[in-house]
Design a protein around this ligand. Structure first.
Ligand code: PRT
Ligand code: ZN
Length: 286
């Protein structure tokens, strides 16, 4: 049998698009027709299982899939034994407590003895226990935000991103209890040959992520300012310096993090840099 690993990704939902985009950016090709539940890459030893996100931690823990991409909220809630290999930086959100807008919030004691509706009973229970609050948790699987208005619960604990769903339902966010983003998870007992393929995939993911957080910078500078400019944009090893056709000027090429660029831009200009171009990097291997 051909040696391939399996990765579970969300079939359709908030994680799907970015999960597949990351895989494509890693140069991994596959066919993803609508309604397909399985697909095999044509140029990397990996097979995809398209599943509901709720099922992903369990499939990975059981070894049905070797890898999975899932939100940390779902991972912690399901409490399955898997290893987290990498935070992926997308599908960021928080799990928050919210109450009807008109209520006065006095701090966590507000929830003492009250009922809270949520799809995340474990995360909520752990949080309340840690804070010494006794509340009555109502587990529901969806439309949590309408629970207070229909008299099912006095507060809710749900995922918040922009906050507009809470607002539309006459609720206000009062505590942020958990922060989440998409993560790459793996089965805890991968055989060596599987581990080797996972390492290859991680190498590619790292190159893509590094590329995203760094920029390629090109600028022109008078030669007398080069020393100062090089100190501001040191680059990976050192910047590339090329002479311009105009006597006394050079073109400087370097790689730096976007934050670093914004911090140094004024100093670069003050030192005499001009014609500054900032170009995205697709992949970066260092
Ligand atoms: O069908 P399946 O079970 O696979 O998907 P699902 O419906 O359970 O999950 P899905 O696709 O909605 O979300 C998948 C994951 O995306 C979640 O587990 C989170 O890790 C992450 N994520 C990021 C979000 C949000 N942002 C988000 N805004 N998950 C849900 N929401 C919902 C939230 O439940 C609420 O209804 O969006 C609403 C709040 O958004 P705002 O912007 O109005 O605050
Ligand atoms: Zn789900």
């Amino acid at each position: 049998m051909e040696k391939i690993i399996r990765i579970a990704v969300q079939k359709s939902g908030r994680l799907s698009e970015d999960s597949l985009k990351l895989i494509k950016e890693c140069g991994i090709k596959f066919y993803n027709g609508t309604g397909k539940l399985k697909s095999t890459s044509t140029n990397f030893p990996i097979e995809f299982l398209f599943l509901r996100d709720d099922d992903i931690p369990g499939y990975v823990a059981d070894g049905v899939a070797d890898l999975g991409i899932v939100g940390e909220n779902e991972l912690v809630e399901k409490d399955k034994k898997v290893q987290t290999l990498k935070k992926l930086g997308f599908s960021k959100c928080r799990l928050s407590l919210a109450i009807p807008k008109g209520q006065t919030y006095i701090g966590l004691d507000y929830f003492q003895g009250k009922s809270i509706a949520t799809s995340y009973p474990k995360i909520l229970q752990d949080y309340l226990e840690q804070k010494g609050v006794q509340a009555d948790i109502h587990e529901i699987s969806g439309s949590v935000e309408i629970a207070p208005s229909i008299g099912l619960a006095e507060g809710i604990c749900d995922i918040v991103s922009s906050g507009s769903t809470l607002m539309m339902n006459g609720l206000k966010e009062v505590e942020e209890i958990f922060y989440s983003e998409a993560v790459l998870i793996a089965n805890e007992n991968l055989e060596d040959w599987k581990q080797a393929i996972v390492e290859k995939l991680l190498f590619r993911i790292n190159a893509v992520q590094k590329g995203k957080s760094n920029k390629y910078v090109l600028l022109n500078a008078p030669n007398h300012a080069l020393e100062k400019i090089i100190s501001l944009i040191p680059g990976m090893r050192s910047p590339t310096i090329l002479p311009l056709a105009q006597e006394g000027w050079s073109s400087v090429h370097s790689v730096l993090s976007e934050d670093q660029f914004w911090e140094n831009i004024e100093e670069l200009r003050a030192a005499g840099a001009e014609g500054i171009l900032v170009v995205p990097i697709e992949k970066m291997v260092i």
